[in-house]
Design a protein around this ligand. Structure first.
Ligand code: PMP
Length: 392
């Protein structure tokens, strides 16, 4: 018989899957604890089975705790942090509306582009990576641009900055604007209180301090945000991220039945539930304290190696992701490649505007310990000894 198959099975597919065991000490994903990996390896059940709805209800409660919010409109996106970013912007902004984005690293750049793509009038407040915005600067821009949405990154992982939040929610209310905060890199690692700090929309990712596999992203909308997004004149540009559908899928819309919208990442949700359970058992305040203590230990160790920290003010440093100024004379890519090769340990360079400025070390959740800080310091010290210094 003449075969209709003309393309043979690829040789690589006939070999077993190989995945190296590495220390993931970059800005994420971080190593996933066995308990969370095991949860993700449990049997698949239907995404519309009542047991799955119970698990999704648990996830909602876990997110409400992690975010410190009573918001009913709380769920996890089927997608990474970018899915939550797009969901927030697509649902509350209509084409032609004014959006104000603070840009002090790559995340503001991304949100500005997302808002621009869906037809918003985008205004930016810009600082160099590592810079932050005073409440006076923010108020001036709110008064000038009259945005419907103001975006701020709490944990600016490309620069290693933890942005102050207090007072900004009040300003946004004064100017009738929604406050959208990105906590992908900071949730569970640095204090953040959604309701008390009057954040209207907050999102995070699964793969940072929560230590779940990448691919799900908790998000929450308060009543102000719900009022705006459920009274719009146009439909959001994305079907997949349309909150009228997602709120039904998550049982948030008060309707008796949840209809099929998309097939949620069942294993990802099981793992996310377990990671939220670990955070609930540990306690948020313990988790914040622990990240700060380990970060301070790491910062001291880095300074003892003669390295300079990129964010000078300790109070503005992100405890989960530390940025080191690239040491004089070294090629940052060589330092990183050396650590992967000889220590099986990942750190990363900068991202967007911080490329070529910093090396980033992340010790988050399960990875956050002084013994892991020692491993990171030993790898860096070794790399500094063995990588050539090229410039004067
Ligand atoms: N925001 C911040 C602050 C981040 O650190 C990241 C991930 N590095 C993202 C958003 C995007 O998340 P994801 O890669 O999961 O889409």
């Amino acid at each position: 018989m003449i075969s209709s198959v003309t393309i043979p099975p690829p040789a690589c597919m006939l070999l077993p899957l190989e995945v190296p065991n590495r220390y993931l000490f970059g800005p994420g994903p971080s190593n996933v604890p066995p308990r969370v990996l095991a949860a993700g390896g449990r049997p698949i059940i239907g995404h519309l089975h009542h047991e799955m709805y119970e698990i999704m209800n648990d996830i909602k409660k876990g997110i409400q705790y992690a975010f410190q919010t009573n918001n009913h409109m709380t769920l996890a996106m089927s997608g990474s942090g970018h899915a939550a970013m797009e969901c927030a912007v697509f649902n509350v902004v209509e084409p032609g509306e004014s959006v104000l984005v603070s840009v002090n690293g790559v995340w503001g750049e991304r949100v500005a582009e997302i808002a621009e793509r869906m037809g918003a009038k985008v205004h930016t407040l810009v600082k160099a990576p590592g810079g932050y915005f005073t409440n006076e600067e923010i108020e001036k821009a709110l008064a000038k641009h009259k945005p419907v949405l103001f975006f701020l990154t709490h944990g600016e992982s490309s620069a290693g900055l933890a942005h102050p939040i207090d007072g900004i929610g009040d300003l946004c209310r004064k100017y009738d604007c929604l406050l959208l905060v990105d906590s992908v890199a900071s949730l569970g690692a640095a204090p953040l209180l959604m309701d008390q700090q009057k954040i209207d929309i907050l999102y995070t990712g699964s793969q940072k301090a929560l230590n779940a596999p990448p691919g799900t992203a908790p998000i929450s909308f308060n009543d102000r945000a719900c009022h705006k997004m459920f009274n719009r004149k146009t439909k959001p540009v994305s079907y997949l991220f349309d909150m009228t559908h997602l709120s039904n899928y998550w049982g948030n819309d008060g309707k008796p039945a949840r209809d099929y919208h998309h097939t949620g990442p069942v294993s990802g949700f099981l793992a996310l539930r377990e990671s939220l359970a670990i955070l609930a058992e540990k306690g948020l305040e313990n988790s914040w304290r622990h990240h700060k203590e380990v970060a301070e230990y790491l910062w001291k160790g880095l300074e003892d190696l003669g390295l300079k920290l990129f964010i000078k003010d300790k109070d503005l440093r992100l405890p989960s992701v530390t940025t080191i100024t690239i040491p004089d004379g070294y090629e940052w890519k060589e330092l990183l490649a050396y650590m992967i090769k000889h220590h099986q340990l990942e750190m990363t360079g900068g991202l967007g505007p911080s490329i070529g400025m910093v090396i980033r070390v992340g010790l988050m959740g399960y990875n956050c310990s002084t013994s892991n800080a020692d491993k990171a310091l030993a790898a860096l010290s070794d790399a500094l000894k063995h990588c050539p210094k090229r410039k004067a």
